[in-house]
Design a protein around this ligand. Structure first.
Ligand SMILES: Nc1ncnc2c1ncn2[C@@H]1O[C@H](COP(=O)(O)OP(=O)(O)OP(=O)(O)O)[C@@H](O)[C@H]1O
Ligand SMILES: [Mg+2]
Length: 309
């Protein structure tokens, strides 16, 4: 089974506004609530695709219950460790002027005892794991050593790991040789210490990362699409032009597609098609990571893997 671990669980509130004048009452044209947290988003999308996953993580309070509710509705098996504080509630503002801004928080409190409980659950879950999806920010009380450990535990058992995080977690996790990383433009720039602007910047970085860690890099570049570097080949994946409603969680859809293929023993190319098809499907919906199974597989057929360079 696919195992996902979300240390920093939460929910997103997405408010659609015309514009954002300071000091004024703003009437949202639409407000929706959705799942949040990269691996949880992947579990939610996998559930929509009819694939059950086992979601581990830390959770607290009503926001944690809401997040669990979203996942349970899609048949995800939830196994959270209750902790202190409150699962996050993030605000995403989307303006008709064409911009999108996320305001996040860090409100969970994790102790050594909680860490030991989650680690025991994780080691147990690895017994039946086909692939592990890890990533996202970490609550107070946690350090990047969490990812070093969790990736190593899976890799030592021969289980592939898909990892998606920003610095400092990304470079820490790489030292345990994840199978695939999925940075976006900012995350890859932060990792290599210089701006990733061109598709070729992502290609060069992917080559270096493969040489150093044997890790496949799937870089997503928003409206510029994706660039994937495998052992002996690379692909540019252009976007499918669609009306964009909310781009949050599009990257997490790519995680879901990759996990889908690894779980079923399909070639990575199939995972890229499902993943970028799912990313396309999610940007057309108001909720974070929201998509329909029909849209995902319809767009998956349209995804082009263009050999690069
Ligand atoms: N404006 C867009 N139009 C069409 N497709 C898009 C657009 N923005 C993103 N996508 C698709 O979604 C993929 C992932 O997007 P992006 O790079 O924004 O991910 P991300 O920053 O990791 O997102 P998140 O972390 O919110 O999940 C892109 O590679 C592309 O295929
Ligand atoms: Mg992302």
């Amino acid at each position: 089974m696919i195992v996902t671990v979300t240390a920093n669980t939460g929910i997103d509130y997405i408010a659609f506004v015309k514009e954002l004048p300071r000091g004024k009452t703003i009437r949202a044209t639409q407000m929706v609530e959705s799942i949040s947290g990269k691996p949880s988003d992947a579990s939610w999308i996998l559930g929509e695709l009819g694939v059950t996953s086992h979601a581990l993580g830390f959770s607290a309070g009503p926001n944690g219950d809401r997040a669990a509710g979203f996942l349970r509705d899609k048949g995800v098996q939830i196994d959270y460790v209750p902790v202190g504080g409150e699962s996050r509630r993030n605000l995403i503002l989307i303006s008709e002027e064409g911009w999108q801004t996320a305001i996040t928080t860090n409100s969970l409190i994790v102790t050594e005892e909680h860490l030991a409980q989650l680690r025991a659950k994780y080691i147990d879950a690895l017994k039946h794991a086909s692939v592990v999806v890890l990533g996202g920010t970490l609550p107070a009380g946690m350090t990047p050593a969490f990812y070093v450990d969790y990736i190593a535990l899976a890799r030592a058992r021969g289980i592939p790991v898909i990892f998606d995080a920003a610095e400092p977690n990304l470079s820490a996790g790489l030292t345990s040789y994840p199978t695939i990383i999925k940075p976006n433009q900012d995350e890859l720039s932060g990792l290599i210490g210089r701006p990733v602007i061109l598709i070729d910047d992502a290609y060069q970085a992917g080559l270096t990362l493969y040489q150093q860690y044997g890790t496949i890099t799937v870089t997503t570049l928003g409206a510029e699409g994706g660039l994937v570097v495998l052992r002996d080949r690379a692909y540019h994946i252009p976007i499918i032009p669609v009306p964009v409603v909310n781009a949050a969680g599009a990257g997490d859809a790519v995680l879901a597609g990759l996990a889908y293929a690894l779980d079923k023993g399909l070639p990575i190319e199939d995972g890229l098609r499902v993943g970028f098809g799912a990313a396309t499907a999610t940007v057309t919906q108001p909720g974070t990571a929201q998509c329909t199974r029909d849209d995902v597989f319809r767009y998956a057929e349209q995804v082009q893997l263009i050999p690069y360079p």
